[in-house]
Design a binder for this molecule. Structure first.
Ligand code: ATP
Length: 228
C-alpha cells in the first residue's frame, strides 16, 4: 500500500520558487533514497511534507490530504523527521530529549538505547555536551520515540567522522530490515544509499526527473543528475 504520495508539488519561498513539480511515492515499509545535487530542493520537499512550508499539488499520507493538516497534525499522523543539522534541545539531558515528544509504541527508551548504546551511557548528560555523532543519534532517537510510520532522514551522516557515519548507516539498515517503518533518506554518499534504499528518486532544479528501483539507477543517471 502507498503511504506517501506527492504529485506535481510546487512551493515558493516568498517570491522565489523552489519546487516546480515534485513527484514522490513511498510504499508502506519501503525505503526511498531522495537524491540530487545541492540546492535542488530536497530539504524544501521535506519541509512541505512536514507542513512547515505551504505547497501546491497533491500530497497524501495514508490516504489523508496533507494539505489540509497543520504541522502538528502531520506529526501525529506518523511522520518522523530527523532534520538537517540535528536539532536537539541543548539544555535538556539525553533522556529528557528522548521523552519530549514520545508516543506509545515499539520505540521506547529501552529500544532506542539498544539501537544506540552510546545514548544510554550518556543519558544524564545535556545534549550540548555530546559529540556531533552522538547528537545525530539523539536526533534519530527522538524521531523514533514518536513511533512514526515514515521516518525522514535529511543528511543524517553529514559532517560526521567515517566511523560514526558507519554506525548511523548500520542503524538505518536495522530500521529497514527489522521494523516495518518506511524511510525517506537524503544523503550524498551513493554507495551507502544503494545499500540502504529499495528505490531512488532524482531531483533536478525542483523537479522529479527520474524514479525507479535502486538497481536501475545507472552510471549515466548518476553522472547526469548527481555529478558522480
Ligand atoms: P542541499 O543538499 O544543499 O541541502 P537541497 O536539495 O536540500 O540542497 P534546498 O535546501 O531545498 O535544496 O533548496 C532549494 C532551493 O531553495 C535553493 O535554490 C535554495 O537556495 C532555496 N532556498 C532554500 N531555503 C530557502 C529559504 N529559507 N529562503 C529562500 N530560498 C531558499
Amino acid at each position: 500500500m502507498t503511504l506517501l504520495t506527492l504529485q506535481n508539488v510546487t512551493a515558493t519561498y516568498g517570491a522565489s520558487q523552489a519546487l516546480f513539480g515534485v513527484d514522490l511515492e513511498i510504499g508502506e515499509g519501503q525505503s526511498v533514497g531522495f537524491m540530487g545535487r545541492n540546492g535542488m530542493g530536497k530539504t524544501t520537499t521535506v519541509k512541505t511534507i512536514c507542513r512547515m512550508l505551504p505547497a501546491r499539488g497533491k500530497m497524501q499520507f495514508d490516504g489523508q490530504d496533507l494539505q489540509r493538516l497543520p504541522s502538528h497534525r502531520a506529526a501525529r499522523l506518523g511522520i518522523g523527521l530527523v532534520p538537517e543539522g540535528r536539532r536537539c534541545f541543548p539544555d535538556l539531558t539525553v533522556e529528557e530529549n528522548l521523552g519530549a515528544a514520545a508516543r506509545r509504541g515499539h520505540w521506547d527508551l529501552s529500544n532506542v538505547y539498544t539501537l544506540f548504546p552510546r545514548l544510554k551511557e550518556r543519558r544524564r548528560q545535556v545534549a550540548a555536551s555530546l559529540s556531533g555523532g552522538e547528537q545525530q543519534m539523539l536526533s534519530i532517537g527522538r524521531a523514533l520515540t514518536t513511533n512514526p510510520r515514515l521516518l525522514i532522514l535529511d543528511e543524517a551522516t553529514e559532517g560526521l567522522a567515517p566511523i560514526v557515519r558507519q554506525e548511523i548507516w548500520t542503524a538505518i539498515a536495522t530500521l529497514k530490515h527489522e521494523t516495518g517503518m518506511a524511510l525517506l533518506v537524503i544523503d550524498k554518499t551513493l554507495k551507502e544509499m544503494r545499500g540502504a534504499c529499495d528505490r531512488a528518486v532524482l531531483l533536478e532544479r525542483g523537479r522529479t526527473v527520474w524514479a525507479g528501483p535502486m538497481d536501475d539507477l545507472t552510471l549515466e543517471l548518476t553522472e547526469t543528475y548527481l555529478g558522480v
